[in-house]
Each structure stands twice: as C-alpha cells, then as structure tokens.
Design a protein around this ligand. Structure first.
Ligand SMILES: [Zn+2]
Length: 410
C-alpha cells in the first residue's frame, strides 16, 4: 500500500502558507506577485524529484512524471480568494505533490506515475475556471481577451504578461496519457465535522442555477399614497420570497440550498414607495431532477405573484451549471482506502461548491475527496483543518493512487 511522508507533507503546506501570509490565512489572488511566486515554488518542488515541470500560457503549473504511463493526473488550484484560507486549493495540490513523490520513491509502479497540476484561477478572479477550461480545450482566446480582474480591473492579458507568461503555449490535456483525474479539497462546510467524520468521498458536484427576478410596480409618495392604491415592488418581492421559503422545502432534497443573495429596491429611499425591485436568486443541488423541479416551482411562484399582485413580476435565467457526477470506480477506490485508514469515519457526500473537477469530469473519469473544515469556515482567513485530518486525508488520497496505479500495472 502506498504511504506518504507526513512530516514532509505538512512542511510543504506550512512553507507554501508563508507565501502571501495574511493573519492565519493567505492572500494570494490569481497572478498577484505572491501567486506567481507560489507557482515557481511548486515548479521547484516538482523538478526536485525528477518531474518535468512548467508554468503554461494561462498560468497552470504542470509537473509530468517520467515513464510512459498511463499516469494519474492529480491536483487542484493554488491561488486564493482575497484574504482567505491557507488550505483552499493548496491542500489538493500538496496532496498530489506528495502522492507523486511517494510513487516515484517506491519504485513499485513501473511506467506509471502521477502528473501534478495546479490550475489557474479556480477562484474566478478573472473568469470562470480559466485554468481547467484551458486544459480541456474550452477556453477561447476571446474569453482571455475580455477577462479582467474583478477587484482592480487589470486585464488578464496584462497580468499574464507581467508574470512573464506572455507567448507561452497553453497546454492541453493529452487524454491518452491519463487514467483519471483526482482532486482533494477541504469540505468548506460543516457536514463532516457535524457527523464526526474524517473523509468525504464526493458523489457529484452540485449544479448551480442563477436567476434575476425583476419586479415592476409604481414609484410614489410614501406619505400620500393610500395603502390600497399602492403598487409596491418591495412588498411583492418579500411576498414572493416568503412563498419560496414555504414551497421549496416541500420539493427540495436533504442538501438542496437556495439563496436570495442580493435584493435591491428602486429607488430605495425612506419616503418613496419602491417602483422596482431586483432579486438575485440561486439554488444548488447535485441531482438534475431536483434542479428541474425547483426551476418549475420558481416559474410557477413568479407567475402566481405576477397574476395576483399589483406588480409585474418577471424571471430571467442568468446562468446554469449542471451537476458533475464523479466516477463510480474512483469513488470506490477512495472509499476502500478510507476504510483501511479511518474505518467507519468516511461517507459519500455531494460537493456544494464548484471545483476544477467539475470542468474535467465530462472529459476524463474524475474523483474528489474532502477533509473537514473546522467550524465549516471557508473563504475567510480563519479557515483551518487539524493536522491529524490533513495527514489522514493525504494517506487516503495516496492509498487510492497506489491502488489505481497497481491495478493499471496489472
Ligand atoms: Zn478551492
């Protein structure tokens, strides 16, 4: 059974944490000087044990194993949200690095090894997962031309040039080179901790449907407009949201979530009856049938409010991502390895957050593993996972890698 060097794993994670350190977390937005430094740091780590490593034209770091393969592709992302956690992304990259090293040192897997990848901008500073999109061939040059950093407006082209990556080729996945893609990640929620578990084996990554609900009423004077004469868009908005809160639980699955993340009233003044309202609304689930059901219900509730209320209510779909199913045999490999290392402390679960594995899943069998997040905190500098859970997760990850490579060797 393939095992890892726990001290070396933790030393690398703590070392990487120093690059862009912010309080107990990290500030390493995509293509910031610290992000670029961390990518060069990873290239050095990879070449130190014989991988052929480079940063490509979209800032993906790729470390290729020697041997003719087929290999396992493993990794995650290395940049962070602004002033965010030290493990979001980094954990999966360092698990892949350590598994690749352990395979190389063991000498037991012949021509098979682990290619390590750190995708660029999974956190979406510039675009929707451009690193993994580029890798699978779905990122156009026009998308890169248009992409700007959401915090300070720097064009992606300019940021790539500043990082010294202008003119470098973007590497595409050579499908025949790989058996599968594996990604480990912190859970970013509190489900594992609440259930006293060490490992979550991901069944699928949720689909996320986003909407804009537009309500048109009549703007008027808040002192002189009689209540029965009003067409108050704010009242219609709250009535609709209340209907959603009543009806969605009846058709939702156990882990379905929905959010009205932004509600704006127009003009939004204390002495004016709002003439317009806009609600940015989304829901997520891992099951397409549930998503379809929620969509139909939302349409029905919007129509009902439009028909009965004094305001016009309309619904626009902003974006739809479909759930991505993780591969069954990879789920089994993670589950078997987890049962050896932490018996009865692992469970299957969906991922409520998006990950690069969602981009890869339509192109290559993909598998994901979660470790607990303390208090369920994520996208904040206080995000953390215990060393014991970090090490257990790495052992399960490497255990599955070893089993899959041994099976490929036959
Ligand atoms: Zn992440």
């Amino acid at each position: 059974m393939l095992d890892i060097n726990a001290d070396r794993l933790l030393a690398d994670l703590y070392d990487l944490r120093k690059i862009g350190a912010f309080k107990t977390g990290v500030h390493r937005p995509t293509l910031s000087p610290d992000d670029v430094l961390s990518r060069h740091w990873l290239v050095e780590r990879l070449t130190a044990f014989g991988h052929d490593a480079e940063i490509d034209g979209i800032a993906n770091v790729i470390g290729r194993a020697p041997g003719k393969g087929p290999h396992i592709l493993a990794g995650s992302h290395i940049e962070t949200q602004n002033e965010a956690g030290w493990l979001d992304g980094a954990l999966g990259v360092i698990y892949a690095l350590e598994a690749a090293r352990a395979v190389a040192e063991s000498g037991a897997y012949g021509e098979h090894g682990v290619d390590v990848i750190a995708f660029a901008d999974e956190e979406g500073h510039f675009a929707d997962m451009p690193g993994s999109q580029s890798w699978v061939g779905t990122l156009s040059e026009e998308t890169i031309d248009r992409a700007v950093d959401r915090s300070h407006g720097t064009p992606l082209r300019e940021a790539l040039a500043k990082a010294g990556l202008h003119g470098r080729p973007r590497r595409r996945m050579e499908r025949d080179r790989y058996l599968c893609f594996l990604e480990a990640h912190i859970e970013q929620g509190g489900w594992l901790e609440a259930n006293d578990l060490t490992i979550g084996v991901v069944t699928s990554i949720v689909g996320s449907w986003q909407y804009r609900i537009l309500i048109k009423g009549q703007q008027n004077h808040a002192g002189t407009t009689m209540m029965k004469m009003r067409r108050d868009a704010g009242v219609a908005a709250t009535r609709l949201l209340q209907a959603i809160e009543t009806e969605f639980p009846k058709i939702a699955a156990e882990l379905t979530v929905w959010t009205a993340g932004r509600i704006t009233l127009d003009p939004g003044a204390p002495a004016i009856v709002p003439g317009g309202a806009e609600i940015l609304f989304q829901f997520r689930d891992a099951d397409s049938a549930v998503l379809d059901r929620l969509h139909a219900k939302l349409e029905e509730l919007v129509k009902a409010e439009d028909a009965t209320g004094p305001c016009d209510v309309g619904l626009e779909v902003v974006s739809i991502t479909h759930p991505a199913l993780m591969d069954g045999s990879l789920r089994a490999a993670f589950t078997e390895a987890a049962e050896r290392i932490c018996p009865d402390r692992h469970k299957l679960m969906p991922s409520g957050a998006g990950h690069d594995a969602r981009t890869l899943a339509p192109h290559i069998p993909s598998g994901m593993l979660f470790v607990p997040s303390i208090n369920g905190v994520s996208h904040h500098w206080s995000e953390n996972t215990s060393d014991a859970d970090i090490v257990a997760g790495a052992r399960v990850f490497a255990g599955a890698v070893g089993d899959l490579l041994a099976a490929a060797r036959g």
